[in-house]
Design a protein around this ligand. Structure first.
Ligand code: SF4
Length: 356
């Protein structure tokens, strides 16, 4: 039997949580503004991203695009370039699409109203709740990973948090608990408490003001929460990038299209294989690379090894195969212009190391 919500005095719970937050909160730039545009930027950047990693991106975006009109005026390629290295690139594409909609349909005034926010691309219940509560103090509870963990332990909720029905259940509990006078600080506080006290591993139960009520702590079951369904199998893929270099310092890039990972980012021509490929396999498949003629080519494996890049549901094994040619006749780009293109992390790491 999980904890009955009536055992929690809602008023003192939110009062104590906000009091804890006032003393312990981390100072972060998006906490000093009620501009819905900047709050939205921070929320999109911080999805599935640690604060330390997202912070420089937030600063760069605010500097480069201080308002939504500037963001809408940029090209998608420029936005993806600024996002480079942060991963989950659909966030950047949706950021740009949403900025254009705000300019065209809201006269450039970024909405702070939940029902308008939720219609924008890339904005779901969490982001619409966060932006509306942090900007205009709307009573919309936020449910992120920290809130799932904290509430599941406190109340003993055994619904798997990676299922569709969990969100509705946790949101309705958070709605009962949220401070009606200060929903903005309450939302910040509940997430910060999950991040700093009720942490994923080694939560600080000894100093938690809720330990006498907490279901998981009283049952010594803290490590069993939150409950998650077993994840889907990770798909392994094998990418062979063909780096063509001409005597006059040119190369070839392709834009990734379709529904695959890294959409609209750039890469060297790719041969995808079913397993790690040796030189013979790549030589055999070079005919797939339309930029090369049929003459014999010397192929060199960069650093004599393959590399690995992990995504949430995929593990990418990748290699760079180097080919020197006299001249490239079609679609060539100057090596000096490579810094204008947004790349997935494996390619940008290669460019940092490779001596053209
Ligand atoms: Fe989380 Fe421990 Fe506090 Fe329970 S007692 S809410 S598990 S920190």
């Amino acid at each position: 039997m999980r904890l009955n919500l009536s055992k929690i005095n809602v008023k003192s719970f939110s009062k104590d949580l906000i009091a804890w937050y006032d003393i312990n909160k981390r100072s972060l730039p998006w906490r000093n503004t009620n501009d819905p545009y900047k709050i939205w930027l921070s929320e999109i950047i911080l999805q599935q991203t640690k604060i330390a990693q997202g912070l420089p991106y937030y600063i760069n975006f605010v500097n480069e695009y201080p308002d939504v009109i500037k963001l809408a005026q940029a090209s998608e390629q420029e936005v993806l370039k600024l996002w480079e290295g942060l991963g989950y690139y659909s966030r950047a594409r949706n950021l740009h699409k949403a900025a254009k909609i705000v300019v065209n349909e809201f006269k450039g005034v970024f909405p702070s109203n939940y029902s308008e926010l939720i219609k924008l691309p890339g904005i779901g219940d969490y982001t619409a709740s966060a932006v509306s509560s942090f900007s205009v103090n709307a009573i919309n509870p936020v449910v992120d990973g920290n809130v799932y963990r904290f509430l599941s332990r406190l109340i003993g909720i055994k619904t798997a948090i990676n299922t569709n029905k969990s969100h509705k259940e946790f949101r309705s509990i958070a709605l009962k608990l949220i401070s009606k006078n200060n929903p903005s600080d309450f939302n910040q506080a509940i997430m910060e408490y999950g991040a700093l006290v009720c942490k994923p591993s080694s939560p600080n139960c000894a100093n938690c003001f809720l330990k006498k009520k907490c279901y998981a702590f009283l049952k010594s079951e803290v490590t069993l929460f939150p409950v998650k369904n077993i994840k889907k199998k990770i798909r392994e893929r094998f990418f062979n990038f063909i780096v063509i270099k001409s005597c006059n310092h040119q190369t070839i890039l392709e834009k990734r299209t379709g529904k695959d990972i890294w959409k609209n980012l750039y890469q060297f021509p790719l041969i995808e294989t079913n397993s790690l490929a040796n030189k013979e396999t790549i030589v055999d498949q070079l005919k797939e690379i339309k930029y090369l003629d049929n003459s014999k080519k010397k192929l060199v494996l960069f650093e004599n090894k393959s590399f690995c890049h992990k995504l949430s549901h995929q593990k990418i094994h990748y290699s760079f195969w180097l080919i020197n040619v006299k001249k490239i006749n079609k679609d060539q780009i100057d090596i000096l212009d490579l810094n204008l293109y947004p790349f997935p992390k494996p390619i940008s790491n290669f460019l940092l190391k490779f001596n053209w």
